[in-house]
Design a protein around this ligand. Structure first.
Ligand code: SAM
Length: 194
């Protein structure tokens, strides 16, 4: 059964109405409008992709998508799905079997929430670092990287780690993120190897 919070949620109903698999789809739509991340013909790597809202948006924007999640995902036309854990090195091997380079790497992966702020923060930092490790090895020069992180004490360290690799870098909270949520997105554009 859906939680009351979800039933009352504007983006939840919009997602249902427009056929998106998650309300999260609107976060990517909003970030893409603000930062112009995905162009027609791009190859997009979507990490932590299930149930597939971000992949749907990326396909709609005219890109080809490789999606990865530890959980299954129902097929989407134009999306190649890998069931894998982004913290495991073999997942990068699986990605590379399909495509070596991507114009955009996205990561909306969330850890299993414990309810303890610091633990959830540190678990999300581990996922963000795993996504960045994959991004560093697959992004084209000039590419874009977006990753979700739950805010906490490591946030500035993460920013300092990612910063030298991007011409443009910023933390951003899209309107579709819940006000009560600790999540924030690192947006990096213009990938370069320092
Ligand atoms: C908030 S959901 C992503 C929603 C998605 N962006 C959408 O629009 O449908 C977070 C996802 O991260 C996945 N995830 C968590 N840890 C992961 C890991 N280590 N490797 C791959 N996926 C992971 C979860 O299984 C979950 O499906």
């Amino acid at each position: 059964m859906r939680r009351k919070k979800d039933r009352q949620d504007y983006y939840y109903w919009q997602a249902k109405k427009l056929g998106y698999r998650s309300r999260a789809a609107f976060k990517l739509l909003q970030m893409n409008k603000t930062f112009k991340l995905i162009k027609e013909g791009d190859w997009v790597l979507d990490l932590g992709a299930s149930p597939g809202g971000w992949s749907q948006v990326a396909v709609e924007l005219g890109s080809k998508v490789v999606a990865v999640d530890i959980n299954p995902m129902k097929p989407i036309e134009g999306v190649t799905f890998i069931k894998g854990d982004i913290t495991k090195p073999e997942t990068l091997d699986e990605i590379r079997k399909i495509r070596e380079e991507f114009d955009v790497v996205l990561c909306d992966a969330s850890p299993k929430i414990t309810g303890k702020w610091t633990i959830d923060h540190l678990l999300s930092v581990d996922l963000a670092r795993a996504a960045f490790n994959i991004a560093k090895q697959t992004l084209v020069r000039g590419g874009c990287f977006v990753v979700k992180i739950f805010q906490g004490e490591e946030i500035q360290n993460i920013f300092n780690e990612f910063k030298p690799f991007f011409r443009f870098r910023k933390f951003h909270s899209p309107k579709a993120s819940r006000k009560s949520s600790a999540e924030i997105y690192f947006v990096g554009k213009g990938f370069r190897k320092p």
